[in-house]
Design a binder for this molecule. Structure first.
Ligand code: UD1
Ligand code: CA
Length: 466
């Protein structure tokens, strides 16, 4: 089965390593930045660079990692015998790939698509067997070093543990990002040995091997060492998170979004924002979320997997899996749970929780309410403290409120129940029976007033004769 890739490069992402220094039960590349696993950043960068075929090598915690990559091809490297061995494991999965094969590390979430594209372009113009992305570091400890020949051409990569004393001063390092000629790489792969300090099959040895064969090897450098930061510890995870946060925020600001303090705003890469959106401090926008123009979001707000219409105001609230219409207002301290739909001009106010419910156009739930499994029509006012009693201990039931109804404060709506159009419920009523359109539903003990009681209580005789 030979499949040709007519255009674009293929990418191989190495992600089988354990990541011991993370001190974690989670495989390293499954750790998240802005809600997205590290390996997904690398996969997205490869796709965005035009790689139309992406293969990921998994090993440590493979089940967990593969679950994060449902649309990608994964191959297993059962034993981690080195980066060269990881590539060997992918040979069958990459069968038929011709031309450029980009090799990346799953733990480098900052690598840009444009840099990958630059590598591919360099290889395609030079027709080299390999192009290596290099950078110079103040402290190159731990990295493979770039060794050049008399004419300054890349001749070998030497791993830190295999350096000769004279090579320790080399500041130029291998970033672990390459573009190979796929056919040439696989032709020579079986020549890799593991006679080195770590007893591993090093992919980096391909460089000296190619040069010995008289094949061309090129390098491209990046002067932004941060871009190639590999995440090996939680400290580096936080560093990479900061860089990504700033990079994403900067793009939104340049596109017309105001942030009072961009260091206090966290936006997932999967979020879209309209123009003139204002993001106040301590705002997190996560998952697949879109915010239309002119909204004011925050402070102290988290919105996940939700759609927010134009000119909405969301203050100090948590919104998950909800759809919020144009000109709506949410909070302070509202909690909109999955399945909430606020239609245009609706309001979910202070300390209001709504779940799996639609609040119709212009309807208001302004204070201290729980609305679950309800359909509320247009122009409805739900009084303070109203609760839908949607759960009978076994099953959930629906509440339906017609257009223009007025729900008195502290109404208990014992579902299943429906309130007709324009109906009114008396404050403090437990409404367990349907209220017809236009009717008043009231359920309350009659009030008794005891004349002069207050004065008698003051005199110490309050309880005598009520
Ligand atoms: C590697 C390079 C080194 C470079 C550095 C840049 C080699 C031999 N060395 O070293 O020159 O400076 O990256 O960060 O390639 N992996 C597997 N299977 C394995 C081993 C590793 O999939 O058997 C994966 C890891 O999950 C990781 C990547 O390959 O994503 C790099 O492996 P790692 O062990 O981190 O290599 P370094 O020692 O950092
Ligand atoms: Ca590494």
């Amino acid at each position: 089965m030979t499949r040709k890739v007519p255009m674009g490069a293929a990418a191989l992402i190495l992600a089988a390593g354990e990541g011991t220094r993370m001190k974690s039960s989670l495989p390293k590349v499954a750790h998240r930045i802005l809600g997205v696993p590290l390996v997904r950043y690398v996969v997205e960068a490869a796709h965005n660079a035009g790689c139309d075929r992406v293969v990921v090598v998994t090993g440590h915690g493979a089940d967990v990692v593969e679950a994060l990559l449902d649309d990608e091809t994964c191959v297993r490297q059962e034993q981690q015998l080195g980066t060269g061995h990881a590539v060997m494991c992918a040979e069958a999965a990459l069968e038929g790939v011709e031309g450029s094969l980009v090799v990346l590390s799953g733990d480098s979430p900052l690598l840009r698509a444009s840099t990958i594209a630059r590598l591919v372009e360099a290889r395609e113009t030079s027709r080299a067997a390999a192009v290596v992305l290099t950078t110079s570091l103040d402290d190159p400890t731990g990295y493979g070093r770039i060794v050049r020949d008399g004419s300054g051409r890349l001749s070998a990569i030497v791993e830190h543990k295999d350096l000769e004393p004279s090579q320790h001063g080399i500041a130029e390092v291998n970033t672990g990002t390459y573009c190979f000629d796929a056919a040439v790489l696989f032709e020579h792969l079986n020549r890799l040995g593991n006679a080195n300090a770590q007893g591993e099959y090093y992919l980096t040895d391909m460089i000296a091997l190619f040069r010995a064969e008289g094949l061309a090897v090129e390098d491209v450098s990046t002067d932004e060492p941060l871009e190639t930061l590999g995440v090996n510890s939680r400290v580096q995870l936080a560093e990479a998170a900061k860089v990504l946060q700033r990079r994403i925020n900067r793009e939104h600001m340049l596109a017309g979004v105001t942030m009072t303090d961009p260091d206090l705003v966290w936006i997932a890469p999967t979020v879209t924002l309209g123009r003139d959106v204002v993001l106040e401090p301590m705002t997190t926008l996560a998952g697949v979320t879109s915010i239309a123009e002119d909204c004011v979001i925050g402070p102290d707000t988290r919105i996940t997997d939700s759609t927010v219409g134009a000119r909405a105001i969301v203050d100090s609230s948590v919104v998950v899996g909800s759809v919020i219409g144009d000109d709506t207002s949410v909070g302070p301290r509202a909690y909109l749970r999955p399945g909430t739909v606020l239609e245009a001009r609706a309001r979910a106010g202070t300390s209001v929780e709504i779940k799996n419910s639609t609040v119709g156009e212009g309807s208001k739930v302004p204070h201290l309410s729980y609305i679950g499994d309800a359909t509320i029509g247009k122009g409805v006012n739900v009084g303070a403290g109203t609760i839908t009693c949607n759960y009978d201990g076994a099953k959930k039931h629906r509440t339906v409120i017609g257009d223009g109804a007025f729900i008195g404060s502290d109404t208990m709506l014992v579902a299943p129940v429906s309130i007709g159009e324009g109906a009114i419920t008396g404050a403090g009523s437990a409404i367990a029976k349907d209220v017809p359109a236009g009717a008043l539903g009231i359920e309350r003990c009659e009030q008794k007033n005891v004349d002069g009681w207050a004065a008698r209580k003051k005199a110490g005789r309050g309880n005598d004769d009520q």
